[in-house]
Design a protein around this ligand. Structure first.
Ligand SMILES: O=C(O)C(=O)C[C@]1(C(=O)O)C=C[C@@H](O)C=C1
Length: 94
């Protein structure tokens, strides 16, 4: 396949990633609301460790374990950020 053909396939995958990143973020926000109601902290390091360990175990490559962990750290970091923004916005409303 030529470069344009491969780029079209990458664009399609990027569309899927975009949808999935946002769907994941929405679920993290739901957890954020529940945690707020239960007075639990946003940051759950043991849960994050389990996510990274599971993704390393399931990783088929060619990305190596370090790359997978870096990517998921980024994703989870953004969920945490969103949960905190939502939590502060709730506080300002009340
Ligand atoms: O599972 C949670 O407790 C979440 O808040 C979601 C999430 C995630 O993005 O997966 C985000 C922050 C936590 O530190 C752990 C995991």
């Amino acid at each position: 396949m030529d470069i344009d053909g491969i780029r079209k396939r990458i664009d399609l995958l990027d569309d899927v990633l975009l949808r999935i990143f946002n769907e994941r973020a929405r679920l993290a926000l739901e957890i954020g609301h529940l945690k707020k109601g239960l007075n639990l902290p946003v940051f759950d390091p043991s849960r994050e460790k389990r996510i990274f360990a599971r993704m390393k175990d399931e990783n088929p490559g060619p990305l190596d374990s370090d790359a997978i962990v870096r990517l998921f750290e980024r994703v989870v970091d953004e969920s945490r950020r969103l949960e905190r923004i939502m939590s502060h916005a709730d506080e300002e409303e009340n």
